[in-house]
Design a protein around this ligand. Structure first.
Ligand code: FCA
Length: 338
């Protein structure tokens, strides 16, 4: 693990112990006076490098602009709602959140209002009581279908390059339909495969119960058992951990970099995998802009609090393919390599 990721992990641990940690960093970080802007940054999966990268860039904004950032891991609804009360008790004026459950949207909005806190969502958009996206809440997310297209195209390009045929190849797409951005990404993957002429009946979906490597590993294992005749697998999902779980399951059944191709999404949670001296079936990822998601949301929140400038209602970012060959260069180009 390089220095960047090691120090990011330190951040996650600090966030896990937010209440104790906050007091310390508050007194160490404050320049005196109670009028310093304080902004919370709440994430659903603080162990994911994606969110650690967002935190690191939100911290960069805080250091440059002079506000205090409170990084909090909120893995479930109870923690998220408690953290909002806690932010208010700590005199924060606003927060950015990637919620553990999009259906908590109305409760989080109500809690923010009751505590007079400004609110912005990042990555995952709230779903209202009517089942529709809460477009009133300011949001910075990913152009999910486009990002899925990049993944689907990369899978198809590898399928072609390797001269595989639909008779002995199939696609395994790990899905998580509960989350809009995930559903859109996997729909985009499938759409692009089909658009390129990959037969629909050779694309298999398998739902992950949890959005982590074990969740995707289990989902993929079920599928691999059902389709023991497939010689070449194309594997993908809504993010890097989904693709990594699929790849680990394929390896468990003897597939290698020669016989399977996995493509992730995020580009931040696969660095150790891409660094491995011997290639695994994990071929590459779609690198998205965790740097902007962290920096721009917290900087926009600061401006909103300090100058009353409202952020754009919604903004969506894209992604580019990275592989073992160029991931270092691409991460450097996007300011995410340390
Ligand atoms: C969701 C996923 C993350 C990341 C983010 C942009 O929150 O869970 O891994 O892809 O969208």
């Amino acid at each position: 693990m390089n220095r960047f990721w090691t120090s990011l992990c330190g951040l996650a641990i600090c966030a896990g112990a937010f209440i104790g940690c906050d007091k310390k960093s508050g007194s160490a970080g404050a320049t005196g006076g109670g009028d310093k802007v304080k902004i919370g940054f709440l994430v659903k999966q603080p162990e994911e490098p994606w969110f650690q990268t967002e935190w690191a860039f939100a911290q960069k904004a805080a250091d440059e602009k002079g506000f205090e950032l409170l990084k909090i891991g909120t893995q479930d609804g109870e923690k998220a709602l408690a953290a909002i009360d806690n932010l208010a008790a700590n005199q924060a004026q606003g927060f950015v959140i990637c919620t553990p459950d999009v259906r908590l949207g109305p409760a989080i909005v109500a809690k923010a209002k009751a505590n007079n806190l400004k609110l912005m969502t990042v990555d995952d958009q709230f779903i209202g009581k009517d089942g529709k996206v809460m477009e009133d809440v300011h949001h910075l997310g990913v152009a999910a279908r486009d990002v899925g297209h990049v993944s689907g195209q990369a899978l198809f390009d590898e399928f072609k390059k390797r001269n595989w045929t639909p008779a002995d190849a199939a696609a395994c797409v790990v899905t998580f339909d509960e989350l809009d951005t995930a559903r859109e990404r996997t729909a985009g993957i499938i759409e692009k495969l089909v658009e390129n002429g990959f037969p629909k009946d050779r694309i298999f979906t398998t739902p992950q119960k949890t959005t982590d490597i074990p969740g995707s590993f289990e989902a993929t294992n079920v599928l691999l058992t059902q389709h023991g005749d497939v010689k070449h697998w194309l594997m993908a999902g809504m993010n890097d951990t989904a693709a990594l779980g699929a790849v680990r399951a394929a390896e468990g059944r003897g597939f290698t970099a020669e016989t399977a191709v996995g493509i992730g999404i995020n580009g931040t949670d696969c660095i150790d995998e891409l660094k491995k001296p011997t290639p695994t079936p994990f071929y590459g990822s779609v690198l998205m802009e965790a740097n902007l998601h962290g920096y721009d949301t917290s900087a926009a929140m600061y401006k909103w609090i300090k100058d009353g400038v409202e952020p754009p209602k919604a903004h969506f970012t894209g992604g580019v393919l990275i592989t073992r060959k160029d991931f270092e260069e691409q991460l450097k180009k996007h300011g995410m390599w340390r």
